[in-house]
Design a protein. Sequence first.
Length: 256
Amino acid sequence: MATPNAETLRAIAPRFSGENGARQAQIIDAVGPVLEARLTEYAIDSDLRRAHFLAQICHESAGFRATEEFASGAAYEGRKDLGNTQPGDGTRYKGRGLVQLTGRANYLEYGQALGLDLVQHPEAAAEPVTSLLIACEFWKRRGLNQFADRDDIETITRRINGGLNGFDDRKAYLAKAKTVLGVSVRNVSGATPVLRLGDKNASVILLQTKLKAAGYQLGTDGDFGPGTNAAVKQFQAAKGLTADGIVGPATWGALG
């Protein structure tokens, strides 16, 4: 099983420059050294579970560059369903964390669970290591490991987001996370999937990774576009296979 660390997060996340890049580096450098221990503590302890968890928190944190929502939180003022019963609670208890904690009631509940006084010190929820703890606690409370074991990104997304906001981005991050962590890409029958021009999924990243290892100059973006198609045909021709651009059992076998 792969050991997740700061380099794992960098490999999954998009690249930023300037202030965004500096903030991302600060968060990743803080979280990286404790990541393995925290995930193990919360039984996020298989490559597939970790891939799903890291993909979701990457999206929720805008690519590991924010542990506090960009809005002021004023929209939450007076939201009794969030426990915001005192003046200023909306901004005071705005969304913070790698999975955002919002509202006085949630700050109280999670603070008690983690042994932290987040009601008196709500800004602590944005501290990167605490943000990771909040995300792990949220993951446990929503019972998300069982859905990660089923590779069910849709249910996980709905339990985190309440809908499917940013679903395509979450899927893209999951594909990258699976590749980085070495999750085997197989379909339910146990066979490696057939791929062709236009496919976009984690299997394409695996294909691109193997083609790169064979000496072809490709990105690993999970998009079976014209460049990948051309590389597949060249590889097939070099191996004496039918150069049709369709990656089936014979091509996967030649790729090793």
